[in-house]
Structure formats: C-alpha cells, structure tokens
Design a protein around this ligand. Structure first.
Ligand SMILES: C[S@@+](CC[C@H](N)C(=O)[O-])C[C@H]1O[C@@H](n2cnc3c(N)ncnc32)[C@H](O)[C@@H]1O
Length: 145
C-alpha cells in the first residue's frame, strides 16, 4: 500500500507550502487504513510550513462502551470505525514522524477546558481531540557537515 498523492489536489485548491497550515480532520482518521496517521504526519511536514494537525480519535475503551443504538446508527450510515487510538499511540506516531508536541483531550477534559457551561449536561461516549504541533527544536545541534 502506498502513500496517496494528494499534493496536486491540495495545491489546486489553494494550499501554499510556504504558509503555516492547520490541518483539521474531525471524525475521519478511524475510517482510514491504519498507516493513514503516519502518512498524514509525514505529508503535512513536506506540504506546509510549521504545520499543526487537529484531529479526533476514538479510544478502544470508548468504542467498547458504545451502546446498541449508536452501533445500529453507525451500521445504518455505513460509517463503522475501524481503527482506534490511545493517547500513547498518538504520541508514538508523532515521535516517529518528528513532531514536537501532542496534546490529547478526552471528553471530560474538553468540557472542562473548552465548554465548562456544558458540565451539568448528561454525557455519553465521544471522541478524543488531539493537537499535534511541528516545530524545529530550538537550540538543536546542527547536523555535522
Ligand atoms: C463523521 S463524518 C466527519 C465529517 C466532517 N467533520 C465534516 O465536517 O465534513 C465522517 C466522514 O468520513 C468520510 N469517510 C468515511 N470513510 C472514508 C474513507 N475511507 N475515505 C475518505 N473519507 C471517508 C465520510 O464520507 C464522512 O464524510
């Protein structure tokens, strides 16, 4: 299986490789082949300057906790998640691709940090949000000539 070549399509759509770019994938990565996260982390670095990547993921225990109604809905719309990620999976992928930072918010963290007014509302299962940042490590030694 090879990396999809999406550079031409993105450039036709206006991607400027010289600009800092935020890549956003809400509710997508768990439908793609398992190597898709690695492809994305690699391609985002070659296609944009100092990229950030924001995506949502499903932890294995969140998938296991989905109730029958949600499972039936996902079957009905034919969007059955296939790949699950722990926060450590995300950090390991980031390290391999040379990204400098990853933050992961589970649902409780999302409510506390971004929507505290929603705290009293009942909650079910939901996706984690991850923010990947790529930046050259300040003060890193230059490679030997
Ligand atoms: C939960 S929705 C996310 C919607 C998205 N945040 C938006 O605002 O359009 C999941 C999306 O993943 C897409 N999808 C599912 N499997 C896919 C695949 N193998 N390749 C590309 N897209 C896929 C579906 O078509 C759907 O648009």
């Amino acid at each position: 299986m090879s990396t999809p070549d999406w550079s031409a399509a993105l450039e036709r759509a206006g991607l400027d490789r010289t600009q800092q770019t935020v890549w956003v994938a809400e509710g997508l990565i768990h439908y793609l082949p398992p190597p898709a996260l690695r492809w994305w982390l690699t391609d985002a670095v070659s296609l944009s300057a100092r990229p950030w990547l924001v995506l949502t993921t499903i932890r294995p225990e969140v998938a296991a906790a989905a109730d029958g109604r949600l499972r039936r809905l996902l079957r009905f719309i034919e969007e059955i998640p296939a790949v699950y990620f722990t926060a450590e999976d995300l950090r390991a992928a980031a390290r391999l691709a040379g990204w400098s930072a990853v933050e992961v918010w589970q649902l409780e963290d999302q409510v506390r940090e971004f929507a505290p007014a929603a705290a009293p509302r009942p909650r079910s299962v939901s996706q984690d949000v991850a923010l990947f940042q790529f930046a050259p490590v300040v003060g890193a030694a230059a490679p030997a000539a």
